[in-house]
Design a protein around this ligand. Structure first.
Ligand SMILES: NC(=O)c1ccc[n+]([C@@H]2O[C@H](COP(=O)([O-])OP(=O)(O)OC[C@H]3O[C@@H](n4cnc5c(N)ncnc54)[C@H](O)[C@@H]3O)[C@@H](O)[C@H]2O)c1
Ligand SMILES: [Zn+2]
Length: 346
């Protein structure tokens, strides 16, 4: 069992990675409400009450948050008690949001069961629900008091959900860790895609958690540095939205990274060789890399213009400088973004 510490400004906690780490839940006192994704069986967590969420992003609603709070009220839970999220990013975001507002804030613990939630969503304290007007439009910063990661949960994950999680691992490597990138490059396709849950995956998860924890420690509320975690996400969100969410998030991020990488090469800020390495790694992981030709670049730009991370100088993007280092930039002429999108058409 390995531990990564996250010392966020609003709260410090341990992230434990290893087989059976969820059993540490018994070390926490107080009463517990288990919030469980309907596709994830309870491995044996003892709780005072349980609420099962209908799986799917379309159920990441305020009404789900209300159901969690009402289940807690039904059990007369107090501020000394805890919510436990067992599921992917949707369950973690909803449970964290409910924990942030129930009685003005109760403790919660993350037990992520998808790769995406293990390497990204469960760490850092961003919690949210969607509105019909847009994804993650309501939420709160609320840190968990522990993150318990057992890579064994990944055994039942679908191939698509696994590769989508790997897209976020590639993202983390490109922006922050050249060695992690090399590890992914060197790992045989069969080792990574028919995953080895005892050695490779615990290592990948632990490294991503360390890197995310460092970013969150430096900038919990995304006033600066934390924005680099959005690498591939500005072009990616536009593609995801334009596909009416038929292209899953991680797949859209993979496409977005290829477009951002292509743009960085044309701007002269990234080498063509690094861009090629990124492209080859994404392809090895069976991730898509091209923008469907039916998606008009001007419509994609339109979506990107309404991104909540933009500033007065226009669309803000994260662009790589070398493998393991990236920066946030704005003020890039839109025509150059259009050209990069078109260079990545399928
Ligand atoms: N808070 C953050 O910082 C942050 C960061 C990234 C993403 N997110 C959010 O995370 C969400 C995406 O997370 P996700 O990809 O985990 O999606 P998800 O929670 O919808 O899970 C994906 C699918 O896998 C199923 N599933 C979960 N665990 C399983 C298991 N062990 N075996 C089999 N099936 C399992 C789920 O039922 C679901 O169908 C988005 O809503 C996104 O906004 C949040
Ligand atoms: Zn993402």
């Amino acid at each position: 069992m390995e531990t990564v510490h996250c010392q966020a400004a609003s709260g410090a906690y341990d992230i434990t990675v290893g087989k059976g780490s969820w059993q540490k839940i018994s070390e926490f006192t107080g009463r517990k409400l288990l919030v469980r994704d309907g596709n994830v069986p309870n491995p044996g967590i003892e709780a005072d009450g349980e609420i099962v969420l209908t799986p799917g992003e379309q159920y990441k609603t305020f009404s789900a948050v209300e159901s969690i709070c009402r289940a807690a009220a039904g059990l007369h839970l107090t501020r000394k008690d805890r919510f436990i999220a067992l599921g992917g990013g949707v369950t973690g975001d909803l449970t964290g949001f409910a924990a942030a507002i129930y009685m003005r804030g109760v403790h919660f613990i993350q037990i992520p069961t998808t790769l995406l939630a293990m390497v990204d969503a469960s760490v850092g304290g961003k919690t949210a629900a969607d509105l019909p007007e847009g994804k993650n439009l309501i939420g709160a910063f609320h840190q968990p008091d522990a993150v318990l990661i057992d890579p064994g949960f990944l055994k039942t994950l679908s191939f698509t959900d696994l590769t989508c999680g790997l897209a976020e691992v590639v993202k983390t490597a490109v922006i922050l860790d050249g060695e992690l990138f090399e590890k992914l490059e060197q790992a045989g396709e069969s080792t990574i895609l028919a995953p080895d849950f005892d050695t490779l995956y615990p290592e990948l998860v632990k490294r991503c958690c360390q890197l995310k924890a460092q970013v969150v420690e430096a900038d919990e509320k995304e006033l600066g540095l934390r924005a680099i975690l959005n690498y591939g996400h500005t072009f990616g969100h536009a593609v995801e939205q334009k596909s009416n969410f038929s292209i899953p998030h991680g797949a859209a991020v993979a496409i977005g990274m290829n477009v951002a990488g292509t743009l960085a090469v044309t701007l002269g800020s990234w080498s063509a060789d690094d861009a090629r390495r990124q492209l080859e790694l994404l392809k090895k992981l069976h991730l898509p890399v091209t923008v469907p030709v039916s998606f008009s670049s001007s419509e994609l730009l339109e979506v990107m213009r309404s991104d909540k991370k933009n500033d007065a100088s226009g669309i803000r993007l994260v662009l790589p400088e070398k493998i393991g280092k990236a920066q946030t930039v704005s003020g890039i002429p839109e025509q150059q973004m259009i050209e990069a999108l078109e260079m990545c058409h399928d």
